[in-house]
Write a protein that binds this ligand. Structure first.
Ligand code: KG4
Ligand code: ZN
Length: 333
């Protein structure tokens, strides 16, 4: 029997989850609306909000899981990558809690945890599998050989896929974070109404900064002729941008799957909540004969459920860290 408390505070979501023997019993997430008016995450405000949220969020996670804090066998926390001030709140809380309860402390890599979210629900992927991890800060194709044996085979040279969504939303005057809104409008539009260029990047790497510039000029030029261009064509613009971002992602994923001869393919991270990505991946998987793994929505964006499940697998390996462990803004696998 193992009961793990997971803590996530890498960016702007404060989250706590309880995992009992590999099953997530609660997953509480407090999002921070304060960043909306600034059009992006303000690190100092994020740290302050984490400090306000962390205790009530942990209390609620324990309540929902119907456990007492004395039943916790280990505390797992996001060590990195992320915003240092945000990570410090979760790390300090986890250390203090583990010390008070006299239980081991487990450090978790946030990007690995996004991938390990696939081990929360059935069907679980067999190793090896390829995972396209797409979030606000990262875009990676990862060859997953085992729970903690992962190799990044491709990544972005500049912006992350989530940033491409969020920056496009900003150009279109939509509030932060724009990804979910682009997704919403895209569902009502024609993905082939406008054509945006696909960058030619070698190997399995990505680039999204050129696309962002081409969208900016496209909007500027059209607005010069018709000041209501965005307003009148929002659905088609969103659908066309989303189509291009998703096709860039899936073309590279397909290339990697072909080269590695892998048929188990997964997506993870905030952008894996995107309906266009989920649909186009499902269609591609059918054509290619892939087994495809798409997480439940609550485990796509930042959450502590994924930290707790990663912590559970580390707990089974006896992989613990000491009280001197510091958070890492950059954290390799
Ligand atoms: O994994 P995540 O919650 O946080 C990071 O670790 O970065 O990812 C957040 C990113 C944001 O860029 C957000 O706009 C994007 O995921 N996102 C979406 C959707 N839901 C979240 N992008 C496109 N479509 C969505 N439905
Ligand atoms: Zn994330």
């Amino acid at each position: 029997m193992a009961t793990i408390l997971g803590i996530e505070s890498s960016c702007d979501d404060t989250s706590a989850a309880v995992c009992i023997d590999g099953e997530i019993r609660s997953n509480i997430i407090a999002t921070q609306a304060i960043h909306q008016k600034f059009g992006g995450v303000v690190p100092e405000l994020a740290s302050r909000a984490h400090q306000q949220h962390i205790i009530p969020v942990v209390e609620e996670a324990l309540d929902r899981a119907k456990i007492n804090k004395n039943e916790i066998d280990a505390v797992a926390f996001t060590r990195g990558p992320g915003l240092l001030g945000s990570l410090l709140v979760g790390t300090s809380f986890a250390k203090a809690f583990a010390l008070a309860l006299n239980v081991p402390l487990i450090d978790v890599n946030h990007m690995q945890a996004h991938i390990l979210a696939h081990f929360i629900d059935d069907p679980k992927p067999d190793f090896p599998f390829l995972c396209l991890t797409v979030s606000g800060g990262h875009t990676q194709i990862v060859l997953v050989k085992n729970y903690f044996d992962m190799e990044i085979v491709g990544q972005t040279n500049d912006d992350a896929a989530g940033e491409a969504f969020d920056k496009t939303a900003k150009i279109l005057n939509l509030p932060y974070p724009g990804g979910p809104l682009i997704d919403k409008y895209a569902q009502l539009g024609n993905p082939h109404a406008y054509s945006f260029p696909e960058p030619q990047i070698p190997g399995f790497d990505f680039s999204f900064s050129g696309l962002k510039t081409s969208i900016l000029y496209f909007i500027r030029n059209n607005e010069k002729e018709n000041s209501n261009f965005v307003e009148n064509n929002l659905n088609d613009i969103c659908a066309s941008v989303q189509y291009r971002i998703v096709s860039i992602l899936l073309n590279k994923l397909q290339k990697a799957a072909d080269q590695f001869g892998i048929k188990n393919v997964a997506i993870a991270g905030g952008v894996s909540a995107n309906s266009g990505l989920r649909q186009m991946l499902t269609d591609l998987a059918e054509r290619k004969g892939w087994n495809v793994f798409i997480p439940q929505f609550q485990y796509c964006t930042d959450n502590a459920g994924m930290i707790a499940i990663a912590g559970y697998h580390k707990f089974l390996n006896g992989d613990f860290v000491g009280q001197d462990t510091a958070p890492l803004a950059r954290m390799p696998f």
